[in-house]
Ligand binder design. Sequence first.
Ligand code: ATP
Ligand code: MG
Ligand code: MG
Length: 383
Amino acid sequence: MNSQKVGILGGGQLGRMMVEAASRLNLSVTILDAPADAPAKQIESTQNHIQGAFNDAAKITELASQVDVLTVEIEHVNADVLAQIEQEGRVRVCPSAFTVKTIQDKYNQKKYLESHGIPVAEYREIKDADAVKQVAKEFGYPLMLKSKTMAYDGKGNYVVKSEADVEKAVAALSKTPLYAEKWAPFVKELAVMVVRRANGEIRSYPVVETIHKNSICHLVIAPAQIDGSVAVKAQKIAENAIKSFPGAGIFGVEMFVMADGEILLNEIAPRPHNSGHYTIEACETSQYENHMRAILDLPLGSTAMKVPASIMVNILGENSDMEACYKPCQAALLADGATIHLYGKKESRAGRKMGHITLVGESMMQVQKNLKPILDEIEPGVE
Ligand code: ATP
Ligand code: MG
Ligand code: MG
């Protein structure tokens, strides 16, 4: 199909689902990640994967020496080494070292988006607890204190509810540089996946609604059950945001919708995204396959949904007991339209993404009905 070899920095579930898409196209993929049995490595036995951290300069260089194109399944990688590799010119880096570097620091990402006319919540750099108190005079409480770097699944966020929380919040996030965001009293969270080829061609997937629990994505509802004009606006903002960054590949764009219909961009992921898992079963081309097509400069596939409705639910670890993760899967075995994805993680931890289930159906009501017994296993007694 294509003789170019692909190297992925990171071997988690997003890498695993990239490998699934790549294998259908006979593509060769080499993974760099520390565990020998990382989820993505488990299902790609044709290559000698590399054991090492995805921010280790020597390991990234080793991976680059074996492939034609490098891509990422996580943004917390060593972007300076990617920039060097890009400059040398033999290996293409997707989306691009600049894009990964800009996005991996959420404060820089916000500055960049703002300078390109994309609406974002107000934000300020924070040096210490006093700076938070100063900013609160302007933003009021609650405000969101955020780590600039290394953030995921809300682990870098602290809701500062009043001045009494300030010192605790700064101490809790002391490992990374910080910034503060004005509280966004959103009515819904939306997301759009956008894919771009090197020639600039852009395609976006339908707008979906994401529902978070404890700052971790819980449900993705596709398409979002919102007013058509809001969807059009969200899609436009997502496309404009991605047009402002160089490089080929798939991007996830998270947004907030306010009560008055105003949309603010929350953050961008320069890679496949949890809110796009549903595309595997529900769209004509999955986010993973379109990412592969984009980075290999192959024609992009249709991003349209091929079913009327879909909902994805994440399976999170509850504690170290793996069995807890399997209960919703057992319910899914009995549910029409359900597909189970388990990621092959060897250890379960509270809040760790262990797998997901996607349901598709002829209507949103039908999907919700089929989802009910699965949700009952995840959150007994909750509607
Ligand atoms: P991800 O796993 O998506 O990378 P993250 O750790 O980078 O997440 P954010 O996306 O910044 O964290 O925030 C996580 C969640 O916290 C958001 O989806 C939203 O529900 C809430 N949140 C973030 N920023 C704000 C804000 N300014 N106002 C209100 N809620 C917010
Ligand atoms: Mg994030
Ligand atoms: Mg987020």
